[in-house]
Design a protein around this ligand. Sequence first.
Ligand code: AMP
Length: 307
Amino acid sequence: MSLITVGTMAFDAIETPFGKTDRIVGGSATYVAYSASNFIKPVQQISIIGNDFPEAELADMRARGVQLDGVEVVKDKPSFFWKGRYHEDMNSRDTLVTDLNVLADFDPKVPESYQGAEFLMLGNLLPKLQLNVIQELRTRPRFIAMDTMNFWMETAMADLKIVLRYVDMLMVNDSEARQLTGQFSLVKAAKSIMDMGPKYLIIKKGEHGALLFHGDQVFFAPALPLEDVFDPTGAGDTFAGGFMGFLAKTGDISFENMKRGIIAGSALASFCVEKFGPTRLKEVNHDDINGRIRLFKDLVNFDIELS
Ligand code: AMP
């Protein structure tokens, strides 16, 4: 099974109550790729970078089985840049700067070697570019998931609603689900989103876990209660990469298997928040991930006799 990942490869400047970074590597597709590569190889990346993106980071990705033929390098422009500041609760944040830079003229091309991929993860990106990638694929992947964020709802809502018609799953956080639908109740918001196109929906609730919806079925996965959350940047993308990597590895897109995928994604996300940027993701190995998945099992496992 193969997985195409699309999104930004970027520099981020992050402020949290615990510290500050200037310009570190980030981007939606960076996190998705590092995370997914724990389950499936190759991860076929589509993105765009400037002349400033570190060669060492590209080498790290390649070493983890991330194929970069679909990553365009623009010689005379800087990479996408995002700056954000987290609130005290670490669940909400303000975007301070979004500099599109190379992204402004991006026209994604799907390399010939990526054609025929069965899974497609459209990471956070301009909706019209997400759509371009779907249209560039000669055979529709078996399963297409997409992520988005408030920035695109504010600047490109019409395009976003078009892409929604072409995907199987949307992954958003609770505030984005409310913004997209105007519904406060997440159950009503879920119904409304599933009427827009995607038949599957994941609503992420930060430290309060994630909900999976499909028709009348709902599944809830907790987030691991962590003593310290250092930097939540990329947790959503890491979750998405873990989820899609797991589906691609198992080749099973049943609702039951998506439940396992959500736990795999949550386990990876729980590592991501432990250090700034993708640093922690690059340290963990197979045993660490299995250890976390075991903790999730224990967290939700209970026995009850009904009288
Ligand atoms: P997350 O915390 O999972 O929402 O993802 C944060 C990552 O998304 C950061 O590394 C940013 O570089 C990237 N990002 C921020 N804003 C955007 C945007 N408007 N489009 C695409 N990627 C973005």
